[in-house]
Design a protein around this ligand. Structure first.
Ligand SMILES: [Zn+2]
Length: 87
């Protein structure tokens, strides 16, 4: 997933981000629907729960909200407003 981000022109996120609380990332449904992190360009470690009965996804399986925003921003055509001609 990370390398696909590079092919779309995304860079590494060296600042890091936090999308969910440590408790929330142990919800496998949340990880599958929203994602574990805001961006697959983060350098994350495997998500290993200290409580084996509450284990979320180990790794992201989909782009995060930031990735979607960045791709949309980078690949959406902008309409340029033309200046009206002066009479
Ligand atoms: Zn990379």
């Amino acid at each position: 997933m990370h390398e696909v981000g590079h092919t779309f022109g995304l860079n590494h996120n060296f600042i890091a981000s936090q999308l969910h609380t440590p408790q929330e990332i142990q919800d496998p449904v949340l990880g599958a629907t929203i994602g574990l992190t805001a961006s697959v360009m983060d350098y994350t470690i495997p998500n290993i729960s200290p409580d084996k009965t509450k284990q979320g996804l180990f790794f992201d399986i989909k782009p995060g909200p930031y990735d979607k925003w960045a791709i949309q921003y980078g690949y959406t055509k902008f309409r340029m407003k033309r200046k009206k001609k002066q009479p």
